[in-house]
Design a protein around this ligand. Sequence first.
Ligand code: B12
Length: 544
Amino acid sequence: MLVFLIHVRDPQFYALPAKTRAKNGNIRVMGFPPIGIMSLSAVLKRAGHECVMFDQANPETPNDVIIEEMTSRQPALVGLSFLSTTSYPYAKLLARQIRAVNPTVKLAFGGVFATLNAPLVKLQCPEVDFVCRGDGEQLILDLLECLDDPEGVASLTWAKDGQVMNNPNRTMERHLDQWPFPDRESLPLDFIESMPLDVPAVLSMERFTTMQTSRGCPWPCVFCDIPIFNEGKWRARSPQHVVEEFKYLQALGYGSVYFVDDHFLLQPKRIDAICKGINENGIAIQWGCEGRVDSVAQHLFPAMAKAHCRTLMFGIESGSQKILDRLKKEQTLAEVETAVTNAKQAGIEIVHGFFTVGNPDETVEDMQATFDLASKLPLDTFGFNRLCVYRGTPLWHEYVKRGLVNEATDWYKYFKCSEIDPTCLPGEVINDVRRAGLRRLILYKLRHYPMQTFRLLKRFLRYMPVRDVVYLIIKPFLGKTKGATKAEVMSRAVEHGAMKDAAAELTQLTDEALDHVMQESIAERRRIQQEAEGLRESPMASGR
Ligand code: B12
């Protein structure tokens, strides 16, 4: 059967200008490849199905192009994959556009957000036939067997006679080695490495991809929905299987890999075996991963560095123990310091700290403690994000009980905690304290870690215009800015706060308003396109 899989994200968000095409003609995209649909494509192809993927990071495949392609090729199933609350509005619109031109094609949603909100999504998007919950590999194969009668397909939400049906969960798959490596060869895109989340600076122009070596994280952080998505379990591929994938990627010319694992640092024996396998097989790919600061695998940091682990990212969150406890991070400030110091001493080149600001019960002093901690730690890079609350997380449940969010009307909305929780500092104050904190932090780093800062800036300068690097440093010293600057938009070198705000605002709209805004934006894009085409055509016409 022919299956279309689409990774829905804000179009044109990550694409680099067309002139940066790779030698093979592929468009170069800065960011993460859509490993969810790539995993499913590999499984489908191995089972003898045909699969066509679209990644909306590719500016050449906006909705209309995908729909045209669908009309001409008539797939049996169109799967829309999206990660989060912020991409849900785009997925809804695409589903509606598809349904408008094709009343019979089977449509499915999948991904973390869809999983955690399946019955609600099915009710709000009746045009979508199936909401697929959890791991998709076996599910999509089972679904293709019974597209017209999916009663027996476990972990599927669908509708029968106008009634939403929530088929029972399938048993969580532990044997992850059974699945083929993701299909990395079928998208006309080459990815280059960026720093994830809020510092999307290009760190390497090597051919880049992601890998998933484990799934889940069992810790109870109040803001995270991963334990719910994975039923509180952590599952991992064998070290041999991971090393095989590294060998395969090296043969394909990849130079840089990032693990999208929720907690790579959980099992020392496995990490040791992966590192040994990398060295024994002469793998030179640089890689990065994320983990907790209380990991018992820290004695392996030197082995990881020797096996070309270049980036290690820790979820530090706060410099105030009170806030760490409030967030149920189950980690201490001493553990934070030990882990970051160990990682640097082990020779890991880029050690990153994820921090959150705008936390419940956080005072200005708590926030300042966060920036003080970030200054003193030998971190190379850091990001300070506003804490958000997602449906399904422990924090969401608390907010429901406190009457701050409404299960029935707010489930699909994206909220910064400070917007709804009176125990958070007001947004303006958070931004002011953050700006002042960043100023202090940058000056401290320049004074106390000049070589480390210099090395990082040198790396940025290799691929970013000087103007953008300078802007990155001086941004906190400038006054308040409104919206994305041209430099921000062009290089994606600095926080894409304004774009994220716009995406967040979309999640707040009613369905009718959303349709209207989306149609307007499509019309606007068409108009710009037509104008551009007109401009391109007129000089040729006059020359003829
Ligand atoms: C890597 C990552 C990113 C990358 C993006 C990667 C990409 N491809 O674009 C970056 C850094 C850009 C990113 C950004 C954001 N992210 Co993020 N991200 C992740 C992370 C760590 C891994 C995702 C991943 O690659 N998983 C591996 C693949 C194999 O799994 P998968 O995509 O889920 O697919 C499987 C199944 O879901 C299913 N499936 C998926 N699609 C479909 C479709 C069909 C038809 C079927 C049958 C099955 C199916 O099958 C697949 C194989 O089993 C997750 C945490 C997690 N573990 O999921 C957070 C996570 C998804 N992100 C999250 C958030 C909040 C964000 C941001 C909003 C953060 C921000 N404030 O900017 C943005 C929004 C991005 C967007 N527009 O959607 C939250 C989402 C919570 C929520 N309810 O919304 C998560 C869950 C993190 C968390 N702990 O809370 N993210």
